[in-house]
Design a protein around this ligand. Structure first.
Ligand code: NAD
Length: 269
């Protein structure tokens, strides 16, 4: 471990593979897992950010340039991790892109298929392929999977129909895999509400826009926009022995979006 990196130790001896781990939530989880003593494979499509993380964390991490929407990308990340660290205990499927909150009425007819394919290929196919390819390793280690879901896995208005459908699919995937893989592998999820990040957009829908709407915090029962680091403890919990009785669970950390109610100003103290 490089000088200046803390070692807290709750994941000592564990090997984690995290997708979409050079920015935002995935990066915050990767950094915390390193602090907790894990060896971490950081997977992303951004070469520049992969290089920057390698420079900072040295041999504690392995960086792999892979596109999770492809089977070969998933095979590459799993094979590289096992070759370098010898096993995988924790698989965090997290890489995701947004649909820019574009509603059905505004989705251009000539780009709707391409936009759907791009978002679903990363957000859903990426998680499924990752789970499939990592499965033999997790069966050996009796490890766990943690999927980044969203409040859009349960409710409307967390994106447009493409993103919301993709994140609802993740709730189903978590439940089905938890059912199929018990008792050897636990499969759980974290469903953040809003995060101060700028998620990527499908090429078919053009320019990048912030994934959170300005001023949205005013309508939240807990009225602030969390940083990525505000969610990482939930991933440590699900990866650790403390969660040994949990599978098929999705932790909703959504500033209270789900209990907002009809009248937004009520309930405050
Ligand atoms: N930002 C929010 O408000 C919010 C809310 C709830 C859930 N989420 C979820 O959090 C997760 C992380 O998003 P974020 O907000 O940190 O965004 P982010 O853009 O900062 O991070 C996503 C990462 O995934 C990588 N990525 C994108 N496509 C990829 C691919 N095909 N293969 C490999 N890597 C790829 C990106 O390069 C980026 O590093 C996503 O699953 C997202 O749906 C985000």
């Amino acid at each position: 471990m490089k000088k200046g990196v803390r070692n807290i130790g709750r994941l000592n001896g564990k090997v984690a593979l995290i997708t979409g781990a050079t920015s935002g939530l995935g990066r915050a989880v990767a950094e915390r897992f390193v602090e907790e003593g894990a060896q971490v494979c950081v997977v992303d499509v951004s070469l520049g950010r992969l290089e920057e993380m390698k420079e900072r964390f040295g041999d504690t991490i392995l960086t792999v340039h892979s596109d999770v929407s492809t089977l070969e990308g998933n095979i590459k990340m799993v094979e590289s991790t096992v070759k370098t660290f010898g096993k995988i205990d924790i698989f965090v499927a997290n890489a995701g892109i947004y649909d820019g909150n574009v509603g059905i009425n505004d989705l251009p007819l000539n780009r709707i298929e391409a936009a759907f394919d791009e978002v679903i290929n990363v957000n859903v196919k990426g998680y499924l392929l990752g789970a499939k390819v990592v499965l033999p390793e997790l069966l050996k280690s009796e490890g766990c999977m943690i999927f980044t879901a969203s409040h859009a896995s349960f409710y409307s208005a967390g994106g447009g129909p493409i993103y919301t459908a993709s994140k609802h699919a993740i709730a189903g995937l978590i439940k089905e895999l938890a059912y199929e893989l018990a008792p050897k592998i636990r499969v759980n999820g974290v469903a953040p509400g809003v995060i101060a990040t700028a998620m990527g957009m499908p090429k078919a829908l053009g320019t990048q826009i912030p994934s959170i709407i300005s001023g949205v915090e005013q309508s939240l029962p807990l009225p602030f926009i969390p940083e990525s680091r505000d969610y990482v403890e939930l991933y440590v919990l699900l990866a650790s022995e403390a969660a040994k009785a949990m599978t098929g669970t999705i932790i909703q950390a959504d500033n209270g979006i789900s209990i907002r109610g009809l009248v937004q100003t009520s309930g405050g103290i």
